[in-house]
Design a protein around this ligand. Structure first.
Ligand code: ADP
Ligand code: F6P
Length: 324
């Protein structure tokens, strides 16, 4: 018999497509295992403000296909402070909640670890489009974000090739180049500029000019938002140095974060949500459920927060071979 009776779920940090599928999985599996389930609105901010409501199985009907998060999310930098973490523990106790499931990025998981260290039973679920979380092959939302980037870049390419243009396309990802390099690989872009591999303006300019001289009709350059060169500076440089092509910039921004989650993200979120509930019932805490190959595995939150995820080095090699 589990000592856990009341479990709460929250989504935190940047929203990502598939978070609703995770909420649904937690709620439905919670009731399956005779738990009562609560939703915390607006992440740690809502927790500190006692914005907590009971969720029934019917409350999560019709949400699996929706982007964003029905529980909303928030950033609360002050949650790093002792007094707010103590207040959060108090709020959970006031609502009789025995355990918390946090769906979010590495910042949100740091918050989860802080609560675990204060004696709260906590399980993390990786949810972020950036794919910068250590210990999991994929986070919820990455696959959908990539699909959105692909569709956008494919469309931009039509104009780029019709007008002999260079398109500089900025994509999100914070300090991680995963979205940029993978989307460059699968759209056939000429370059991916990523934070992990700084480049000089001169080398980039030379490369684009070579593409023009070789007779290419256009060039697509995917620029991660965290890359050492910024799209507007690159555009200025290319305009000042005649490289053959006309130059245009597009910042995809938050467009990439929204939309219907893909099959992959719905399935990943569903599996992680159910396994998180099962882990709590098995008495686990202080861990993140993660995907590894075809399996769902456990990682300690200490390891998740203490390690930096590396970009798959194979992608950089592939880009070197294919994106010219
Ligand atoms: P993400 O979870 O997507 O990485 P953030 O880095 O903005 O997004 O973190 C989301 C929230 O998690 C923050 O606004 C804050 O409330 C909480 N958080 C971030 N870092 C910590 C930390 N070191 N300790 C406690 N809480 C944190
Ligand atoms: O972490 C997800 C993310 O979309 C990053 O890619 C981006 O840097 C950041 O969040 C943007 O945050 P905000 O929505 O607060 O502008």
């Amino acid at each position: 018999m589990s000592e856990i009776r009341h479990v709460a779920v929250m989504t935190s940090g940047g929203d990502s497509p598939g978070m609703n599928a995770a909420i649904r999985a937690v709620v439905r599996s919670g009731y399956h295992y005779n738990l009562e389930v609560f939703g915390v609105r607006q992440a740690y901010l809502g927790l500190c403000n006692s914005d907590i409501e009971r969720l029934d199985t019917r409350d999560v009907g019709g949400i699996i296909q929706k982007g964003g998060t029905i529980l909303q999310t928030a950033r609360m930098p002050e949650f790093k402070e002792d007094n707010n973490q103590r207040l959060a523990v108090r709020r959970l106790n006031e609502h009789g909640i025995d355990a918390l499931i946090v769906v979010g990025g590495d910042g949100s998981l740091a918050g989860a670890l802080a609560l675990h260290k204060r004696g709260v039973k906590v399980i993390g679920i990786p949810g972020s489009i950036d794919n910068d979380i250590w210990g999991t092959d994929m986070s919820i939302g990455v696959d959908t974000a990539l699909d959105t980037i692909l569709e956008s870049v494919d469309r931009l390419r039509d104009t780029a090739s019709s007008h002999e243009r260079v398109f500089l396309v900025e994509v999100m990802g914070r300090n991680c180049g995963h979205l940029a390099i993978v989307s460059a690989l699968v759209t056939g872009a000429e370059y991916a500029l990523i934070p992990e591999v700084p480049v000089t303006m001169e080398d980039l300019g030379k490369g684009i000019e070579e593409a023009y001289l070789k007779g290419k009709s256009h060039a697509m350059i995917i620029v991660a938002e965290g890359a050492n060169l910024k799209v507007l500076d690159i555009a200025k440089y290319l305009n000042e140095h005649d490289i053959g092509f006309e130059v245009r910039t597009t910042v995809l921004g938050h467009v990439v974060r929204g939309g219907r989650p893909t099959c992959f993200d719905r399935l990943l979120a569903t599996r992680l949500g159910v396994e998180a509930v099962e882990a709590l019932i098995a008495g686990k805490s202080g861990i993140m459920m993660a995907s590894e190959g075809r399996s769902i595995v456990e990682r300690s939150l200490e390891d998740v927060i203490g390690n930096k995820r590396d970009l798959n080095p194979h992608y950089a090699e592939l880009a070197e071979i294919l994106t010219r």
